[in-house]
Design a protein around this ligand. Structure first.
Ligand code: SAM
Length: 278
């Protein structure tokens, strides 16, 4: 028996504020035959809010492998199925990768219904370079493993983006401080789109201190973003710092002082000072 295959929709849902659901996401979820959800209790709140009454099935990291083939079979037989996660975009530190792979292998290309994603939302307000960033998701819970991963990231020049849960935010930031150094520029975005949304920015040491001192700041969900090693070189207007210094002192002294003031490497400051001094 041949039949026309259905569709697999990967649907983004809000990261805290129910109003951040897209019209298309509501429309798709109202029309599919089955909605795969990470946690049925969480999903019910969202689905009821939008009057969505389609059948649901629990689909999470513990049963994804086991269910993926069967779901793909259903789609091949004509069912339209949507995948949502507890918050934001499925597959972004959430289940769905095996399902998408299995669907592609069976000749079904999933369709995206885009929307909120905590990492992208956080980057959009962080004031850090976004032309290149590396999404690192959750780091290991154990200190040694976490710090080993950070060692491997510490020389990257792109902005680094991490997810972290409330009970690990302080140990996580302390690991960062010990591996990346306290001077690194960091932005911590907490509870985005929710009542207690807050953004902490500055050097790593001062941000860790502020969050460690404030119990309120240790509640919620976090995106932690760290400026890459050379990113500062690209954003600082080095000439405007060097020019007045060169009026007062030698190239060597001016470049050392500019390096201290801006965080740009001594060598780069020296080369530029030589050019300006000509
Ligand atoms: N799939 C989601 C997405 O698209 O962002 C992420 C799911 S992951 C299991 C959950 C983590 O995302 C949280 O621990 C936190 O790091 C981050 N997160 C989710 N919602 C957030 C929010 N409203 N504010 C800040 N971080 C959030």
């Amino acid at each position: 028996m041949s039949s026309i295959a259905g569709e697999l929709y990967i649907v983004a849902t809000p990261i805290g504020n129910l109003q951040d659901m897209t019209y298309r996401a509501v429309e798709v979820l109202q029309q599919v035959d089955l909605i795969l959800v990470e946690d049925t209790r969480n999903a019910i709140k969202l689905l009821q809010h939008y009057g969505i009454r389609q059948p649901m099935k629990a689909f999470h990291e513990h049963n994804e492998r086991q269910l993926a083939e069967g779901i793909v079979q259903k789609i091949r037989q004509g069912s339209n199925i949507a995948l949502i996660s507890d918050a934001g975009t499925p597959l972004m530190s959430d289940p769905g990768f095996r399902l998408v792979r299995a669907a592609q292998k069976a000749g079904i290309q999933p369709l995206t219904v885009p929307g909120a994603c905590a990492a992208i939302a956080a980057l959009s307000i962080a004031g850090l370079p976004t032309d290149r960033f590396s999404f690192e998701g959750f780091l290991p819970a154990k200190t040694a493993a976490r710090e080993q991963r950070l060692q491997g990231l510490k020389d990257l020049s792109s902005t680094l983006v991490f997810y972290e849960a409330r009970h690990r935010i302080i140990p996580f930031l302390r690991s960062m401080q010990s591996v990346l150094g306290g001077a690194r520029n960091v932005v911590v975005a907490r509870e985005l789109t929710k009542k207690f949304e807050s953004v902490y920015h500055g050097d790593l040491q001062s941000v860790v201190e502020r969050i460690a001192e404030d119990e309120q700041a240790q509640k919620g969900e976090y995106v932690v973003m760290v400026e890459g090693v050379n990113a500062r070189d690209q954003t600082v207007d080095l000439d405007s710092v060097l020019r007045p210094l060169l009026h007062e002192m030698s190239v060597s002294k001016a470049s050392k002082l500019a390096a201290t003031l801006t965080g740009v490497s001594k060598n780069k400051c020296y080369q530029r000072a030589l050019e300006l001094d000509k």
